[in-house]
Each structure stands twice: as structure tokens, then as C-alpha cells.
Design a protein around this ligand. Structure first.
Ligand code: FAD
Ligand code: SF4
Length: 519
């Protein structure tokens, strides 16, 4: 029996379920692994060059490792995945094609259609990259019902018996230590730099090839991410040893000096299978048991993984395909040009975007409270924001971008992912960062020449959507703030917001371009 195991580029698991399945039929001699680099896949949208290097280099290292373990690999570069599959099936004529279900809606639909298209028998296995595929707290979600991440997270903790005492109560007495977290970074605290990985010969070849590709963003230069399981494990240990203990406390802090702070920067790895969610959780639990990290940090980190990450994936499957076009606040603008070139006097936006262009990474709060906050207040179309995220971030894939950006950041899905829009005036950024000190705008002024745009845009948004916001119990406080603005001030806020938005230079629509390439 000749078996082809097709391994997708974002499913580079050390223990791959499709490979295990094939091995069940006998020895290696009958198994051939197929891996595909598809040009169409990477040209639908511009991509962060460092993401392309990460993906292609990790895939090629993975193929190398399989070969060293005596498994034959057919590694193909082709115009499309279909071309590569057709050529592979013609060349090798396998009796069986085994693969793992894709993490994205379009990918899974493509896999299902293949079964009708080709004569070869195909086995589509469950996706083991996510815990929620194996245990789902809400297998039959009700239409229209709101599900809250916190409850989902507790179910996951109970099921996997994580941080529970002998009577099934949360260790430390509470489920969530957020009240101990979310502090700004004091000047005296200097976060350690994360471990970097100098590119080996294979990665250097990929860097050269990616540097020569047109129409992408960022640069391959300076690529220093892990591309193997062993190095990803070193990156995990580096985080556990040097940053986990302060993870919770400074989780929401932003800094112009330090871009990673105490975050893990592990999303690029776990999203392509170089790490697994449980591997990350178990490493944090070991640190807690060894007494090297406090409960607020360990619980906070674990909540990100078995709580937020899994909940986001669950929301993606629950809401697709409607989610990709959701536009609850009716945003119409394309992305402002400053998000493509970092050219803006708004110091927070400048720093975050500049860093993103250079590295492909910014941490969670910058994604939510600087980028999405601005885009929601400035009526940007959520689909445009999502495609911009897919373009610039090194860890971006549709399953994670759509619910985080369209659902949470832009609150465009009718409150399914997050029960309130994350909107804030400059006060929040001022409190949590050092950006405002060096900014020509004043975070305390609501109107006037030096007023921070976040302020008048925020109040303009509240005035425009007052009725809708009032109906959300979690936002009553924000709307109540309107009492402090008299009629004249309201008018001036709206005028200044309109002038600002009319003068905002916009970039071309990426979504429209993508639609054309999909036709
Ligand atoms: P840490 O802060 O160290 O957190 C640990 C891990 O928790 C992360 O590595 C990640 O795997 C997981 N995690 C935490 N929150 C989330 C979440 N909301 N969704 C999924 N995983 C989560 N994450 C991506 O992986 N890719 C994206 O393209 C992406 N886009 C985002 C866009 C917006 C608007 C928002 C609000 C969040 C987005 N996130 C995305 C989630 C989160 O911001 C990143 O996972 C995190 O910043 C990655 O950095 P880190 O590894 O240092 O995370
Ligand atoms: Fe950003 Fe406004 Fe602060 Fe400037 S003043 S850094 S624009 S929040």
C-alpha cells in the first residue's frame, strides 16, 4: 500500500497525527510525505517577509528532519496547491492520501473538495493543534447566545485539571488574578531581551529568496526566530526562566524602549506546530511548582493559552463564514496610510507600526488598544483591518485574525467574541505607556490644536453611537462621561473629529485586491 501523508505548512507538529496514522499501516517504505510551497497562497495578500522566512525555513527544516529519520519527502514548489497535488499524485500514484484538517475555513473546504476531485482515496483526520478540537465545552452553541471567555476558560481548566486543588477548586482561591496584573512598567524595571537564533545556512538561503520577492512588506534582514522544534523549545525555556515571573504584572504595559517586555513571543511557533499549547502550559506549571514564578503570572499565562487562544479558535469556527464580512459599526474607510509606513506624529502609532514593520511583532495591548482602538474610532472597515493584520504580523492566520480583529478589536460581530467594544481615549495609553511623553499631542486635551486625536475621536464615537452604547451595561460608565460635555463642546469635538478624518490619508483597499485574485 502506497500512502502519501500531506503535511500543511502551518501543521509542523513533531507528533503528526497523519504520520502516525500512516505508520499504522506498516513500515516507512510505503509512506511518502508531501509538503507544498504554493506561490498563489503567499501572493493573495502582501506578507511580512519575516513570516515567509519563518514558514518556508521551518517547513524545509521539518522536511530535512523527516528525511534524517528515514522518511521520504516530496517537497514541491508550485503555482498552486492543486498543481502540486496533481503532479504528486500523477508521479507517485498513492493508494491513500492522509492529511490533517486545516485550521482555516477556506483550507478545510479546499480539502473536502479534493475528495471529489481526485480518484485517490483520502482520509481527513481531526486537527490536533487545538485542545478544543479534542474537548469542546460547548459542542452545540445556540444561535444568538453569547458565550463568555471566562466560563469557557474555567471549563477547560476543569477538564484538563490545570491549577486545581484536591477539591477541584482553583489554586490560590480564585480563577483569575487580573486584579494583581496590568501595571505600567516602572523606569527601574528593565525586561530581559528574548533569545534570538542566528540563521543557519538553510535559513539564509530562504532569506535571500524571500528578499527577492516583490509586493511584500518588511524585510528578511535581521530574521532571528526559531525554525526547529528544538530551538522553539529553547525560546519557551528562555521565556519561562527569564520573563514568566513578571508576565502577569506587566501584561498590559507598553513601552517605547522595550518592545517585548515580559511577553513570551511564542505565538509564531505554536501557530505552526513548532510548539504545542500543552507544552507551553506544562512548562509554566513546572515553574510554578518549582517556586520560580508566582500564581498571578502562571495563571495569567495559562489563561492566554487554554482560555483566549482556544476560545478564539472556537469562535472562528462558530461564526465563519459570516465573521469575515461582519461590520457591526458600519466602518467604511480603508486603512490609513500611517499604518503602512509609520509616518505620523502620533507617537504611539508611530512606534507600534515602525516596530511591526521591522519585526512582525507587537504585543497584545498594542494590537488592541492602539491599532484596533484607533481603527474602530476612525470608522475603518473591519475587513480592511483584518487583511492589514494578516499582511503585517508574523503570527497571523485567518483563524486567529478574524475573531481577534473583526470580533474583539473592531467589535464588529454583534458582541459575540467580546461583550463590549474596546474603545478608549488617550488616558488609557498615557496610563499604560511612556509614549505620550514624547508626543506633540497632549493626552489630556480633548479639543484644540494639541489635543490627542484619540480624545476627540473617542468622544465623537460616543456621541454618534450614544443610543447603542447605552444599551450595553458594560459601557454605561463611558456614556455617562458625556454629562461633562455641554452642547457647545459636543459640537466642537465632532467638528474636530470630522476635520481630522477628512484629512486622514488612506491606503488602497487590500481586501478588494485579494477578492480579485480569488476570482
Ligand atoms: P503572550 O502575551 O506571551 O501570550 C501567550 C500566548 O497566548 C500567545 O503566544 C498566544 O499563543 C496566546 N494568546 C493570547 N491571547 C490570544 C488571543 N487573543 N488569541 C490567540 N492566542 C492568544 N495572535 C496570533 O497568534 N496571531 C495574530 O495574528 C493575532 N492577532 C491579534 C489581533 C488583535 C487585534 C488582538 C487583540 C490579538 C491578536 N492576537 C493574535 C492575540 C495576541 O495578541 C497574540 O497571540 C500575542 O500578542 C502574541 O504574542 P506573545 O506570544 O508574546 O503572547
Ligand atoms: Fe498616542 Fe495621543 Fe499619547 Fe500621542 S498623546 S502618544 S497620539 S495617545
Amino acid at each position: 500500500m502506497r500512502i502519501t501523508v500531506w503535511i500543511l505548512g502551518d501543521q509542523l507538529l513533531e507528533d503528526h497525527v497523519a504520520l502516525d496514522y500512516a505508520k499504522g499501516y506498516g513500515d516507512h517504505e510505503h509512506i511518502r510525505v508531501l509538503m507544498i510551497e504554493s506561490r498563489k497562497q503567499t501572493s493573495r495578500l502582501p506578507h511580512q517577509r519575516k513570516k515567509l522566512v519563518l514558514l518556508f525555513s521551518a517547513m524545509r527544516h521539518y522536511a530535512e528532519k523527516l528525511r534524517q529519520n528515514g522518511i521520504e519527502v516530496d517537497y514541491r514548489s508550485a503555482n498552486t496547491t492543486t498543481d502540486a497535488l496533481e503532479a504528486h499524485l500523477a508521479d507517485f500514484q498513492p493508494d491513500l492520501l492522509v492529511t490533517m484538517s486545516a485550521s482555516t475555513y477556506a483550507g478545510r473546504r479546499f480539502q473536502r473538495n479534493l475528495q471529489q476531485r481526485f480518484q485517490t482515496r483520502m482520509i481527513l483526520l481531526p486537527n490536533t493543534m487545538f485542545l478544543v478540537e479534542l474537548f469542546n465545552p460547548y459542542p452545540d452553541p445556540q444561535a444568538g447566545k453569547r458565550y463568555v471567555m471566562e466560563n469557557f476558560y474555567r471549563e477547560m481548566r476543569r477538564h484538563h485539571r490545570i491549577l486545581l486543588d484536591d477539591s477541584d477548586q482553583p489554586i490560590g482561591g480564585i480563577w483569575n488574578f487580573d486584579q494583581d496584573n496590568r501595571k505600567p512598567l516602572p523606569r527601574s524595571v528593565v525586561p530581559p531581551e528574548p533569545l534570538t537564533f542566528p540563521p543557519d545556512k538553510l535559513t539564509q538561503q530562504v532569506m535571500q529568496a524571500v528578499a527577492a520577492l516583490d509586493n511584500h512588506v518588511g524585510t528578511a534582514d535581521g530574521f532571528a526566530l526559531a525554525v526547529t522544534h528544538d530551538d522553539a523549545e529553547l525560546a519557551l525555556q528562555d521565556f519561562i526562566n527569564h520573563r514568566l515571573a513578571n508576565f502577569g504584572t506587566y501584561e498590559d504595559a507598553m513601552s517605547a524602549q522595550h518592545h517585548v517586555l515580559f511577553h513570551s513571543v511564542l505565538s509564531p511557533y505554536v501557530n505552526i506546530g513548532l510548539l504545542t499549547p500543552m507544552q507551553m502550559v506544562e512548562a509554566a506549571l513546572r515553574a510554578y511548582e518549582a517556586g520560580s514564578a508566582p500564581i498571578n503570572a502562571v495563571e495569567g499565562f495559562i489563561r492566554q493559552i487554554i482560555g483566549w487562544r482556544e476560545y478564539i479558535y472556537w469562535q472562528y469556527w462558530r461564526q465563519m463564514p459570516a465573521l469575515q464580512d461582519a461590520n457591526g459599526w458600519h466602518g467604511t474607510r480603508t486603512m490609513p496610510r500611517m499604518f503602512w509606513d509609520a509616518d505620523t506624529p502620533m507617537n504611539c502609532v508611530h512606534h507600534v507600526v515602525k516596530r511591526l514593520i521591522d519585526t512582525g511583532y507587537t504585543h497584545h495591548i498594542e494590537r488592541l488598544m492602539v491599532i484596533c482602538n484607533f481603527c474602530l474610532l476612525a470608522d475603518v472597515d473591519p475587513g480592511e483591518v483584518a487583511d492589514w493584520f494578516l499582511t503585517f504580523y508574523v503570527d497571523a492566520y485567518e483563524w486567529v485574525v478574524y475573531p481577534n480583529v473583526i470580533g474583539m478589536g473592531m467589535n464588529a460581530d454583534g458582541g459575540q467574541t467580546a461583550t463590549k467594544p474596546y474603545i478608549a481615549s488617550a488616558n488609557y495609553i498615557h496610563k499604560m505607556s511612556d509614549y505620550c511623553g514624547d508626543c506633540p499631542f497632549d493626552p489630556k486635551q480633548r479639543i484644540g490644536e494639541r489635543a490627542c486625536p484619540f480624545n476627540y475621536l473617542y468622544w465623537n464615537f460616543i456621541i454618534e453611537h450614544e443610543a447603542m452604547l447605552r444599551s450595553n451595561p458594560r459601557l454605561g460608565k463611558n456614556v455617562l462621561g458625556l454629562r461633562h460635555l455641554d452642547a457647545h463642546e459636543r459640537e466642537r469635538v465632532q467638528e474636530q473629529a470630522q476635520d481630522f478624518l477628512n484629512g486622514l490619508e488612506l491606503y488602497e483597499s487590500v481586501r478588494q485586491k485579494r477578492r480579485l485574485t480569488l476570482k
